[in-house]
Design a protein around this ligand. Structure first.
Ligand SMILES: [Zn+2]
Length: 319
């Protein structure tokens, strides 16, 4: 049995940092509800499809935006997720720190994109702030964390431990994982414990020679996703972490549905529903691992599935 974490990063962008107070309401609709002329394809749609198949996702919600725009919008997001009995976990995009009306770090006046750009004590303040904002928005307990853009480092894990958050899923070997300070010289492919916190890495695979790719809904074909899942089972891997976003079923303009990714998402949910004797799709509330010493090399996806993905991506641009 392989544990599968279907993770959804829920966040809002005003597409630049100018005039954000005027842009916010429209941005909130786009990035959360995903309205299009053909229907809504945002967060509620994703929640419904998961629930239709009886699957549990992991919704990493970014709360720092509410330091600028108020608690009601954040409570709307957490309410949408909790009324569907899906878990809310913590995601932090530190780009919001200098935009806050009352900043948790008043000395930070410039834009800092990644959590790792902050000192260990500053990271603690930000994690605690995010946790409190979610608590105030009705989330009773936070089990897991993911840094925005996967920009964490080992100090983040200490901050999580102090905040009582047991699981981190910020390690991504295709982005900043390798210089995070966690197992230097190795690619982390399976859960491990560091500083009292479980690190559950993003699943990455070689799609072409030595090129690593992370397992993201909009960036992998259906055959790649299913291939990764079957291969994980065959090789006795413990877990597969899949990434997606609240707005990932839309095209780049966030105004039109992306039929290829919608079909892929529905197909993945049907696949996981049908094969629940092999794959256990779950949240992080009861996360634990017995043996954390083995770190096998990343999986290798057959070249033909990569070719199919390239075709799917070309098609999605014209669909
Ligand atoms: Zn994010």
């Amino acid at each position: 049995m392989v544990k599968v974490y279907f993770t959804v990063d829920v966040e809002i962008w005003c597409d630049g940092w100018n005039d954000i107070d005027n842009k916010f309401n429209a941005a909130f609709q786009r990035y959360i509800h995903g309205p299009t002329k053909k229907g809504n394809y945002g967060l509620p749609y994703k929640l419904d499809v998961l629930n239709d198949h009886g699957l549990t996702g992991v919704f990493f919600v970014e709360p720092l935006f509410s330091l600028r725009f108020g608690a009601d919008s954040l409570a709307e997001i957490t309410g949408l997720i909790m009324e569907k009995n899906q878990p809310v976990e913590l995601h932090l995009h530190t780009e919001w720190v200098d935009e806050a009306k009352v900043s948790p770090l008043p000395n930070i006046t410039e834009k800092r994109q990644h959590l790792r750009h902050f000192l260990p004590d500053e990271q603690k303040v930000l994690v605690e702030t995010g946790k409190n904002l979610l608590n105030q928005a009705g989330v009773a307990h936070i089990n897991a964390f993911r840094a925005g853009s996967f920009g964490f480092n080992v100090h983040t894990l200490s901050a999580l431990r102090e905040a009582g958050i047991r699981v981190d899923s910020s390690y991504n070997a295709t982005l900043m994982g390798l210089d995070s300070g966690l197992m230097p010289g190795h690619i982390v492919t399976e859960p491990l414990v560091h500083d009292g916190v479980y690190e559950v890495p993003m699943t990455v695979f070689y799609d072409w020679r030595d090129h690593l790719r992370h397992t993201q809904l909009c960036a992998c074909s259906s055959s790649e996703l299913e291939g990764i899942l079957w291969k994980s089972l065959e090789e006795g891997r413990k877990e597969v972490v899949i990434l997606s976003h609240s707005f990932e079923l839309l095209d780049k303009s966030c105004t039109r549905p992306n039929p290829v990714v919608i079909k892929r998402f529905r197909k993945l949910c049907a696949f996981l529903d049908k094969n629940r004797d092999c794959f256990s799709v779950e949240g992080f509330s009861d996360f634990t691992v017995d043996n954390v010493s083995e770190q096998p090399l990343p999986l290798r996806s057959p070249v033909w599935t990569t070719g199919l993905r390239v075709l799917e991506q070309v098609w999605s641009r014209y669909a």
